[in-house]
Design a protein around this ligand. Structure first.
Ligand code: FES
Length: 75
């Protein structure tokens, strides 16, 4: 049985993993940038919240872990 590969944009037939890869590779930070680069979200627009969430997830993973020493100095 093939593993399920989640699709994020059904209109443009774009899968979550390939969209994530493009967001990371091209440093896309807005839904508009993703639309222009990939075409995702340019049909019915029902997937825009999913795209936004994926951008946020990529950004969160890209941020370096907080330095405990700096947090102690700031607090
Ligand atoms: S599902 Fe993405 S534009 Fe329709």
């Amino acid at each position: 049985m093939k593993p399920r590969r989640p699709k994020i944009c059904y209109c443009m037939c774009i899968y979550k993993d390939e969209l994530r890869e493009t967001i990371e590779r091209e440093s896309l930070r807005t839904v508009e940038q993703v639309q222009q680069s990939t075409g995702a979200g340019t049909g019915c627009t029902d997937c825009l919240d999913w795209i936004q969430n994926l951008i946020a997830a990529v950004e969160a993973e890209a941020k370096p872990a907080a330095c405990p020493q700096r947090q102690a100095q700031a607090g």
